[in-house]
Design a protein. Structure first.
Length: 202
């Protein structure tokens, strides 16, 4: 049972896509099973050592050590190196083939990404990877049916401003002050904790 962010993640690899000037051909997809937050990493090669390095520097360094990592049976995920990497950090490695298909969140994300990336790869074969951050942002700010919230809200307790807000407009509260009082920080902290707890208990 996943009850907190970055307890369990799913990982998968998409590609190969057209080779770009930076020699990236694949996309490593990482999904947090609690918030549904997505991280996307264009990569050149998909060996176990490369995947482990990305998880350490781009996932664990940001969100902490994971409890479970779910993946398919690709060679980079069943290798002794990846197994040793997981065991060293106390991460339990599981394979999505042992789960019901609907729990394979990376597969669901891939279905969304595949047609979009195909368009970018065809129209911008030498620079498709530059669109990846925009795709990640779109996924993070879309309301998910399973939670009723955006992954961004599940992560931070608030939704970020999106381009649509510039068109529709938001209520104005006047210019912010440049000084943050300690009481404001405490109030923000308490409200954030309260909001996140309410969200996680949905």
């Amino acid at each position: 049972m996943v009850s907190e962010p970055w307890h369990t993640i799913g990982i998968d690899i998409m590609g190969p896509f057209p080779i770009i000037s930076r020699q990236k051909r694949f996309l490593l997809v990482v999904v947090d099973y609690f918030t549904l937050w997505v991280e996307l990493f264009p990569v050149h090669i998909t060996r176990s050592i490369n995947i482990a390095q990305i998880l350490i520097s781009e996932v664990i360094a940001r969100y902490g050590i994971l409890a479970y990592v779910l993946s398919g049976n690709g060679p980079q995920f069943i290798s002794s190196l990846f197994r040793n990497f997981s065991e060293t950090l106390g991460i339990q490695k599981e394979f999505t083939t042992n789960y019901h298909p609907q729990t394979n969140l990376t597969e669901l994300i891939n279905r969304t990404l595949k047609p979009i990336l195909a368009i970018f790869a065809e129209s911008q074969p030498r620079s498709w990877d530059k669109e990846v951050p925009k795709l990640a942002f779109a996924l993070r700010t879309a309301v998910k049916e399973t939670t009723g919230e955006t992954p961004a809200f599940m992560m931070f307790g608030r939704d970020p401003k999106i381009p649509l807000d510039l068109i529709v407009g938001e209520p104005t509260e006047g210019p912010p002050t440049t000084t943050i009082e300690s009481i404001q920080i405490n109030e923000y902290r308490n409200n954030l904790i309260h909001n996140l707890r309410c969200t996680y208990n949905l």
